[in-house]
Every structure is written in C-alpha cells, then in structure tokens.
Design a protein around this ligand. Structure first.
Ligand code: NAP
Length: 288
C-alpha cells in the first residue's frame, strides 16, 4: 500500500492565509483581534513557544500582548493580570503558558480566565460544552487534528477511532471530537493491557503518549489513518513522534510526520480560536 504523508506545514499555511483574511475583515469593521500571552518564570522551552506564538499572531494580523512575570511572582499577581485582560474589550484571547512554576494551582489559574476568552479551551465550562457536544473553544491540538482529517477528506462517521493517551490537552478532547463526528471511539492509557490488540482495530489511530516509537507497523491496521501527536527529543537531539514512521509506511494509508504534522496545526488553531473569539465578541457587541 502506498502511504500518503500528511503535510501539516502546507495545510497550516493554507489555513493561516484564510485566517489572515478573516482578521482583515474584522479590521475593516474596526476590530483588531487581540491575544494576551502570560508567561511566568524562565522555562527555556516556554520562551521559544511564546516567541513563535507572538510571531504567528503578527503574521495573521492579530495584536498580541506578551506579559512575562518573574519567577518570584506569586499566584495573586498572575490572577490579577488575568482579571485585567478579562475586562479588556480589546483582548479576545488569554493564554497562560504552561508549565507554571511550582506553587501555582494550574486549575485555579485556568478557571480564572474568562470562559469567553479561553483560547486554550482548558476552562471547565469549555470542556463541559465540548463534552456535551456544543463546543465553543476547543483545545488547539485536537482541533488541529480534526482540521487535518477534514482536509484529507477523512470522515470519522462510522469508523473505529482509537486514541492512545487520555490527557486533558490531547487524548480526552480528541476522543470527544471524534465521537461527536460519529466515530466509535476507544481510549487507551498506560494501564491498557495488550495495546496492540486495541490499536490494530483502528481505522483512525491517534497517538498522544509521549513515548518514542511506541507504535510499530505490527500494531497498525492496514489502511489506517495514523495521526502522531508525540514530540519526543531523542538522545541524539533529534525529534521523534510516538509512531515508528518508517515502519508504518506501506501499512497505513496516511500518516503525519514528526516534525511537520500535527505541530504546525496547533499554532494555527490558536490563531483560529482568537479570531473566532473576536468574531463572536463583535457579533455580541462586546468588542472594543
Ligand atoms: P501526557 O499528559 O503525558 O499524557 C500521555 C498519555 O499517554 C497518558 O494518558 C498516559 O496514560 C498515556 N500513555 C503513556 N504511555 C502509554 C503506553 N505505553 N500505552 C498507552 N498509553 C500510554 O501527554 P500529552 O500532553 O497528552 O502529550 C502527549 C505527547 O504529545 C507528548 O509527546 C507531547 O509532547 C505531544 N504534544 C504535541 C503537541 C503538538 O502540537 N504536536 C501538543 C501537545 C502535546 P496514563 O494517563 O495512564 O498515564
């Protein structure tokens, strides 16, 4: 079987061009979409992620505010900044970059963000809306995976989807989105006995375990669409996914590479969520 590599970079580029057009339409109506990114401390990877997000915003015509609080900042200071942005009608999305330094209650911080500006989709109200089939903000990585499937013409309805991983960021929300589209969904975790017996049933296989090369061809059904979410740094410094990419060539019908698959979609979906939020605010008369 010929396996098609899903080019996440190309798809994200296309979507970002369309998002720039939506931002321009908003600007013509007097609304510049705004994103506030708050970072606490000096986690090395976080500064790179934040820089990339700010650059992507600027490309798309989104105005951003980058707030960097020192390691010594406490939770009260962070909650105070969030409150200011909650009230700011020129800001349509608020993102607190994780991880936070020790001592911060992540759930309390996520709940402090207005559910109407929660572009990461981590607020319990938005998780509840997703779980009940009425999504408002959907976490960026799962939303990006759904866009990849849509772009590839893969309709989950009636298919068996297996998700490896049950995190709140990827596993659980992608399972809910696939279920909503009519897939039969199995969710696996680290306690699942005989993982291969589950993954071999998948017509859509989404792997988000953070374990390099967890999935080999022997664990993949012939013709499956394989979405590899994992990003793992190997001892030689190279990046690898959770799927043994080379081994599944010839077995899967489609597969996402790492890097260049799901990753670029995640950032595109942050832009999508921010612009959609600005559009909703304009429609509701809430925007500056
Ligand atoms: P996480 O919070 O560590 O969750 C990993 C999940 O995988 C857990 O539910 C865990 O099960 C499960 N798991 C681990 N080993 C397993 C095994 N051998 N068999 C079955 N399940 C297993 O990680 P995450 O935040 O979801 O991220 C997962 C991966 O995706 C990471 O590599 C991360 O870097 C990457 N990621 C990429 C993007 C992107 O934009 N491409 C975005 C987010 C995350 P238990 O719950 O039982 O422990």
């Amino acid at each position: 079987m010929q396996t098609r590599t899903i080019d996440g970079n190309a798809i994200a580029r296309e979507l970002r061009a369309a998002l720039s057009r939506r931002a321009a339409t908003l600007a013509a109506r007097g609304v510049r979409p705004g994103l506030a990114v708050i970072r606490v401390g000096d986690h090395p990877a976080s500064s790179v992620y934040v820089r990339n997000k700010i650059a992507a915003c600027s490309d798309a015509g989104i105005h951003s505010q980058d707030i960097h609080l020192p390691d010594t900042a406490d939770e009260t200071t962070l909650l105070g900044r969030i409150r200011i942005f909650n009230e700011d009608s020129g800001i349509h999305g608020i993102l607190v970059q994780l991880p936070l330094p020790r001592g911060f209650a992540v759930e309390r911080v996520q709940e402090a963000i207005s559910p109407l500006k929660d572009v990461d989709g981590f607020h319990p109200m938005n998780i509840g809306l997703l779980a009940t089939g009425h999504p408002r903000f959907v976490p960026c990585t799962p939303l990006g995976i759904m866009k990849l499937l849509e772009h590839e013409g893969v309709n989950p309805e009636g298919l068996h989807a297996v998700v490896v991983g049950r995190s709140n960021i990827v596993g659980r929300p992608i399972a809910m989105l696939l279920l909503q589209k009519g897939a039969t969904v199995t969710i696996c975790n680290s306690k699942t006995p005989d993982l291969g017996s589950m993954t071999r049933q998948a017509e859509i296989l989404v792997v988000a375990a953070g374990k390099p090369k967890l999935i080999a061809a022997s664990m993949v059904k012939r013709g499956a669409v394989v979405i590899d979410v994992g990003i793992n740094r190997l001892a030689d410094g190279k990046l690898a996914g959770d799927v043994d990419f080379q081994s599944v060539l010839g077995t899967a019908s489609r597969v996402t590479p790492v890097p260049g698959g799901v990753g670029p979609m995640t950032i595109a979906m942050l832009l999508e969520n921010t612009i959609a939020s600005a559009e909703r605010a304009l429609a509701a008369g809430r925007s500056a």
